[in-house]
Write a new protein. Structure first.
Length: 187
């Protein structure tokens, strides 16, 4: 009887914590539609919010949280480009740790860039072709080849900086924030 109560509390705590992170991510995504540069920054910040779920409850819970946020931001999101950016790239903090297990650094880098660029290409293909966002297609056509290449290179540089930043954020969470959340995260 006592173990059932403990298990029930653990499950409730897990659901509450994951729900809180999902709600925070969705709120951040909805507020991000106000500022134009937030189209790329807010989905990355929301991806960072998956890290505590990943650390505390594992990949399965992180994937469920990612899926929940994706569905909600597509349905409620003001900025559809930011919403799709999250849908196509918000999972990166979850898969990063699997990619980092590859021993050879050049192979890791190539796989990270490949995952990122394929996701970005698919995202803009879906936005441009399936959802018929003519304004987006016109914007990229107007840019010209040089500016489009520069945009892609800048996005890749942002991914590498984001990737590099995830480890210190994990460290800060585990050593500074997690001890303060022990009352909520009882295992």
């Amino acid at each position: 009887m006592n173990s059932k109560r403990l298990s029930s509390r653990q499950q409730s705590s897990k659901i509450a914590f994951c729900g809180l992170m999902v709600a925070l991510s969705v709120s951040l995504m909805l507020c991000g539609g106000i500022i134009p540069i937030a189209t790329y920054c807010v989905p990355m910040a929301c991806g960072v919010l998956l890290l505590p779920i990943l650390i505390e409850y594992g990949k399965r819970s992180a994937w469920i949280a990612y899926g929940s946020v994706s569905i909600l931001v597509i349905l409620l999101g003001i900025d559809k480009e930011a919403a799709f950016f999250y849908v196509f790239l918000g999972y990166y903090p979850i898969v990063k740790w699997s990619i980092d297990r590859i021993k050879k650094k050049p192979a890791r880098l190539v796989i990270k860039l490949l995952v990122f660029n394929v996701s970005v290409f698919l995202m803009y293909a879906v936005l441009g072709l399936l959802l018929n966002m003519d304004a987006l297609i016109a914007e990229f056509t107007q840019m010209g080849a040089f500016l489009l290449l520069l945009f892609v290179l800048m996005l890749n540089a942002c991914l590498l900086l984001y990737d590099r930043l995830l480890f210190p954020l994990i460290y800060l969470y585990v050593h500074k924030l997690q001890p303060r959340l022990k009352f909520m995260l009882r295992k």
